[in-house]
Design a protein around this ligand. Structure first.
Ligand code: NAD
Length: 418
């Protein structure tokens, strides 16, 4: 089953619980627009290489399309369709006035020079330019894209318009109209949700051992934020492997060490008490470590029917999009593992992206405290709404989050006559 089919299956399960209007369900089962582009880039060697790119606009009933751009060698249309649909749902879960989209370029960014990466980004921007803009569709960073890439997109689009239109993209550097707090927003939003969920269980951060899969923007930031809240981070990993420190580890040391050594699994120095209590683990072993909270912040399809039964965490915080397959969901439900689902847990990123768009359009910028407080309120309100729905429908948090979104989408789409 493709990732998009998984997404639609998740949506249909929730739709059945609330008897969603069938034509709304049908509408949401397909993207509204699909764009496939070819991007020629003159490489440093002088030869021309053609790259493939996608942009999928899933639904814009509640506001302009919004969603990140992924640069990855294995990205494909089915994946981008799934990610776009999740964006529609996610924006509705946290009740911000945006729709859902996603983009992707098939590329291994590590094989490109900075010059080639810039040309590819500008080429992709030109290819999708007629379909994006602050009122139409606003891209953002995702896996292996970053603020510099967003700055190139903002610049290229502004050049095409003939005037500055920085709100065409979010996740930009501060010096190019970025918002304070965007870099940590996804992780911060997830931490707010986790803290509220733990209150339900009367569990304190100090007694909570956390394992984190993925050590990029979402994973490294959540490690820092959780350690600051008093959680004990005992395991982290990146694509090359993981590090397990029985007595806890220092995220800041792991971050600087990863920069130096290139892989976090080699960062034995990060152990809080003694580096000797740390050992290297494989990515598979990391997921199966004994812990209270497992944070998934790498890629989709990480917990599947093959490893779900071996998961020992009591709570899973999904910062990645789609890290748990529907089959794994069923197994984890039977094991009473609580899942704080992606469409709620990682919505802090799009929320501060929304703030960035608002600030760009006003050309007036907020302080860190203003951003933080607005994000906190949105995430905590969304959590309580989802928690209430989970109790009302006696369902999982994933189903409840889908219900929250589908009800809002249904109301808007019906009022608009869709
Ligand atoms: P990133 O590129 O900064 O980091 C990805 C990390 O995952 C890297 O450390 C990489 O080494 C690691 N990784 C890849 N495969 C792995 C594997 N098999 N095992 C362990 N680690 C692995 O990307 P990011 O922005 O942190 O995004 C991570 C996830 O979070 C994605 O699913 C993304 O869609 C989602 N997300 C990110 C944001 C955001 O604001 N950055 C917002 C919402 C959702």
């Amino acid at each position: 089953m493709s990732l998009f089919e998984n997404t639609i299956r998740q949506m249909r399960q929730a739709a059945a619980l609330i008897k969603l209007n069938p034509h709304i369900e049908d509408h949401l089962s397909y993207p509204e627009r699909i764009l496939e582009v070819n991007i020629p880039v003159r490489m440093d060697s002088g030869s021309i290489k053609i790259f493939r790119g996608f942009r999928v606009q899933h639904n814009n009933a509640r506001g302009p399309y919004k969603g990140g751009i992924r640069f990855h060698p294995q990205v494909d249309m089915e994946e981008v369709k799934a990610l776009a649909a999740w964006m529609t749902i996610k924006c509705a879960v946290v009740n911000i006035p945006l729709g859902g989209a996603k983009g992707g370029v098939v590329v291994d960014h590590t094989t490109l020079s900075t010059n080639e990466l810039e040309k590819l980004t500008r080429g992709y921007t030109r290819a999708i330019a007629p379909f994006i803009g602050p009122e139409k569709d606003i891209p953002a960073p995702d896996v292996y894209t970053n603020p510099q890439i967003m700055a190139w997109i903002a610049d290229e689009y502004s050049v095409l318009q003939g005037y500055n239109k920085l709100g065409v993209v979010t996740g930009k550097p501060l010096a190019v109209g970025g918002s304070i707090g965007r870099d940590q927003a996804t992780s911060q939003g997830g931490v707010y949700v986790l803290l509220e969920a733990l209150k339900n269980r009367q569990q304190h951060p100090q007694q909570t051992r956390v394992v984190i899969q993925g050590f990029g923007n979402a994973g490294a930031n959540v490690a820092l934020l959780l350690a600051k809240e008093g959680f004990k981070v005992i395991g982290v990993s990146d694509s090359k492997g993981g590090l397990f420190c029985e007595n806890g580890l220092k995220p800041e040391t792991a971050i600087s060490c990863k920069l130096e050594k290139g892989e976090v699994g080699e960062c034995f120095v990060a152990g809080i008490e003694s580096g000797e209590s740390c050992k290297k683990v494989t990515n598979e072993e990391l997921l199966e470590l004994e812990c209270d909270v497992l944070v998934l912040s790498a890629l989709e399809n990480q917990i599947t029917k093959n490893n779900a039964a071996k998961i020992k965490a009591k709570i899973i915080l999904e910062l990645a999009n789609g890290p748990t397959t529907p089959e794994a969901d069923t197994i984890l439900k039977e094991k009473n593992v609580i899942i704080l689902p992606d469409i709620l847990a990682n919505a802090g990123g799009v929320t501060v992206s929304y703030f960035e768009l608002v600030q760009n359009e006003m050309n007036y910028y907020w302080s860190a405290e203003e951003v933080q407080e607005r994000l906190r309120k949105i995430m905590i309100d969304a959590w309580h709404h989802v928690d209430d729905l989970a109790k009302k429908y006696n369902c999982t948090y994933r189903e409840a989050a889908f219900i929250a979104a589908l009800k809002r989408l249904e109301e808007t789409m019906q009022l608009r006559g869709w």
